[in-house]
Design a protein around this ligand. Structure first.
Ligand SMILES: [Zn+2]
Length: 414
């Protein structure tokens, strides 16, 4: 038992050192010892191990404050790579990401049909391609997918998009690629991405990231960790009923959900039906062909109908944000997803209602901003989630792992 405890303490100490290395661009043994309250000897031993693993390197000396100049240390960003995927509505995007959240390689594939097994094949093809593109040791694979996810087991409970129901995505990929696999809900992954890469000046421990795209959802970060709620549904604000009378039918079966007003799908539908009876709108000539891009152009050109639809969507979202942020007393709200292409005016519509529908005392505190990583936050968040399991950094899978040998072996055996 004692030996196990010692091993455990060793791991905890090493993780603490890794955390400090992750949070700073450079540091020194002395600084790590000071921050961590570990002895200089313990820190030196841990650093020696990490240097041997290739995770840390010495990069010269820093300025001294009297006495000997300290040797500067830094985390080696490309000492490990991660494979990270965003299983979007229309395409699967995958990337090789390093430990600093820098994207090294990227690929996309269109999603063909809604066939669950076919979708899995496409996922595997994306991963295969990315594994071939890196020669670094791999930490594992992480994915952000729409729908309800049991993150602990890697099971997609329900994803209408891919027709996955209780689908063991994590276990299937783990078996296929022989490496750790994490599956996250896309909003939760986006939240992790915005949280981890918010820039080190203003690190807030709590944050809500609202994603408004084809659907609407939010990822909630509490004390630096994703809050999933009892059933994994935390942040599912898309189906809060916002239109009390004559609401449109939602894909969930209810009427008047937030998604029927404020999602990308909803604004396009609304534009189609209203443009038909609004000859003065530029959208009138585009009926039948209105896309988000078309709507954006009209909006930017100051078309009244486009403005009215988008501002209405922003207001509806703002009200939902007020309930969520007010109820949890979380001040920092980040807005992301396709709808943010409507920019500052849209953001202001959200801010207006988010500020109005909240306890007056909280009004000053709540801030709603556009996300920093609006194209890649799901990929970055999913990989950040993977990298935060420090123990995985120390047992990476060799790139070109045994998957390749297995294939060759199977080939030979035929
Ligand atoms: Zn609904």
């Amino acid at each position: 038992v004692e030996k196990a405890t010692q091993q455990h303490i060793k791991e905890l100490n090493r993780n603490l050192v890794l955390k400090i290395l992750f949070e700073r661009s450079t540091t020194s043994r002395a600084e790590i010892a000071r921050i961590s309250n570990l002895t200089r000897t313990t820190v030196s031993d841990i650093i020696a191990g990490l240097i041997e693993e290739g995770l840390v390197s010495e990069i010269g000396t820093g300025s001294s404050m009297g006495g000997k100049s300290p040797i500067l240390l830094r985390l080696e960003p490309d000492s490990r790579h991660m494979i990270s995927l965003n299983l979007g509505q229309n395409e699967f995007m995958g990337a090789v990401v390093n430990l600093r959240g820098e994207i090294r390689e990227m690929t996309t594939r269109p999603v063909e049909g809604r066939d669950g097994e076919k979708a899995l094949k496409t996922v595997c093809a994306v991963i295969d391609e990315l594994i071939r593109k890196t020669e670094r040791p791999l930490v594992g694979i992480s994915l952000g997918t729409p729908g309800l996810v049991n993150t602990r087991e890697g099971i997609v409970i329900n994803s209408v998009n891919m027709d996955w129901r209780n689908f063991p995505l994590g276990p299937r990929l783990r078996e296929r690629f022989s490496m750790p696999v994490f599956v996250l809900n896309d909003c939760q992954a986006a939240a992790m991405g915005e949280y981890k890469y918010q820039g080190d000046e203003q690190h807030t421990p709590n944050m809500i990231v609202v994603m408004a795209g084809h659907g609407i959802g939010a990822g909630i970060i509490i004390n630096g960790e994703i809050f999933q709620g009892d059933g994994g549904y935390a942040g599912e604000i898309g189906h809060i009923v916002t239109v009390r009378e004559n609401g449109l039918l939602c894909r969930c079966g209810n009427r008047g959900c937030l998604e029927t007003v404020a999602s990308a799908r909803a604004v396009i539908q609304s534009a189609e039906s209203q443009a038909m009876v609004t000859p003065e709108s530029v959208l009138n000539k585009q009926v039948g062909r209105i896309t988000l891009e078309v709507l954006e152009k009209a909006f930017d050109a100051g078309d009244d109908l486009a403005r009215q639809i988008i501002i209405h969507a922003g207001h509806a979202l703002g009200e939902a944000v007020a309930s969520l942020a007010g109820g949890l007393n979380i001040d920092k709200v980040i807005l992301t997803g396709m709808m943010t292409r409507f920019g500052q005016n849209y953001l202001e519509a959200v801010q207006e209602k988010a500020g109005k529908n909240i306890l007056p005392r909280l009004r000053q505190e709540i801030s709603v901003e556009l996300g920093h990583h609006r194209d890649n936050e799901i990929i970055l968040g999913a990989s950040a989630y993977l990298a935060s399991d420090y123990s995985l950094l120390l047992k990476p899978v060799g790139a070109r792992n045994n998957l390749w040998e297995k294939e060759i072996w199977q080939g030979n055996s035929l």
